[in-house]
Design a protein around this ligand. Sequence first.
Ligand SMILES: [Zn+2]
Length: 346
Amino acid sequence: MSIAASSLLHLTPEGLFCPEANAHVDPVRPVARAIITHAHADHARAGHGAVLATQETLDIMALRYGEGFCGQRQTLAYGQRLDLGGVTLTLKPAGHVLGSAQVVLEAGGAQAVISGDYKRQADPTCAPFELVPCDVFVTEATFGLPVFRHPDAGAEMAKLLASQALFPERTHLVGAYALGKAQRVIAELRRAGYDRTIYLHGALEKITAYYQSRGIALGPVEPVGGLGKELAGEIVLCPPGELAGRWARRFGDPVTAVASGWMRVRARARQRGAELPLVISDHVDWPDLTRTVLETGAAETWVTHGAEEALVHWCETVGRKARPLHMIGYGEDETETDSAPADTDT
Ligand SMILES: [Zn+2]
């Protein structure tokens, strides 16, 4: 591997830093210049001097944090090249949520890719992951264990629709995070032929409307507002944290579902109160994770968060160098309330 590739990135307490570009990628604390991969709360924080990201990521950050979320914004479209202190920066689709990007840094013929969160499964609500050959590949490992194999999303939607047919008098309440998961569930339901109105908890309205404004077809959606028992037999989406709370009681005896990669784990499904676990994830599963590491051709793989040791061990068994970064602040921040947009990752 070229020495230049690994020297493109340094690990600092704020996160990964490119000295030539003088920019951090997804810093966990306020910095002078940040490049943001996507707008999930654990990657996109408010308070940076300058933020460079895709238009969608910047727009969603403004929706959640307010227009003053950073000093200066700079938009970079997928594939557009930008010179930063002698390093060429490009953003490539990560297939994670609308606007999500891999950060590609290139200097002296060496290339490093910070994938952010990503997935390889088809998703009608965002641009598909684009494989970028590189020398250093920085990857998440949220589902970095062989047990994690995400089924086809269509098959999970079929379970939801079968349950609705079986219990036509009960509301089906689906817990889905506000950014990405909720819109994907809606789009997958439409793909399965479901054309009735889908009802949304207030915390999901703003971002769903934003997706629609960017041309993502979601069909008829309405706020739940003050409705409750009137929605018997309907599908209602809400943040997962609302399933067990007071808000959900308005529906009487709903069927509770959760859409998350973690639903593969029975204990998690129980803990979430999911009668109907739907294994739908924004992240690569184990087969796609290991396939991607191989396909990038990277001589070195750096693992940022998730099941780091398992992936590092796997890389070594196939003769690839790998290192766990033990970065704090990403991943399983699943706390969520109506007002705080901490909907990260599932
Ligand atoms: Zn994410």
